[in-house]
Design a protein around this ligand. Structure first.
Ligand SMILES: [Zn+2]
Length: 92
């Protein structure tokens, strides 16, 4: 169980919406190469974008929007509890 979550924390993610598509799909991959490949497969299967027709701009957007899962979760936690820093600040 912990092996799975450790692997997940090391993995990379791209949100399809970050690439400019109206889609809530999150693509995972364990390396930059793999996640780009997964993104291209997703674009093909869900958005009928043929890999050969994918523009350089789109590939760049994919590469630019690769985040680590860990950073993404941290950002989300900070986002959801925006009042936390006020509570922590006096302690610091
Ligand atoms: Zn999508």
């Amino acid at each position: 169980m912990s092996q799975i979550s450790k692997g997940l924390l090391r993995s990379l993610i791209i949100r399809c919406s970050d690439v400019g598509l109206d889609c809530g799909h999150v693509i995972f991959g364990d390396s930059e190469c793999r996640i780009i490949q997964n993104a291209i497969i997703h674009m093909h299967e869900y958005h009928a974008i043929i890999p050969e027709e994918m523009t350089t701009c789109m590939k760049m957007k994919i590469r630019e929007n690769i985040h680590s899962y860990r950073d993404s979760m941290r950002a989300q936690i900070l986002d959801e509890s925006s009042d936390v820093p006020d509570k922590i600040l006096p302690v610091i």
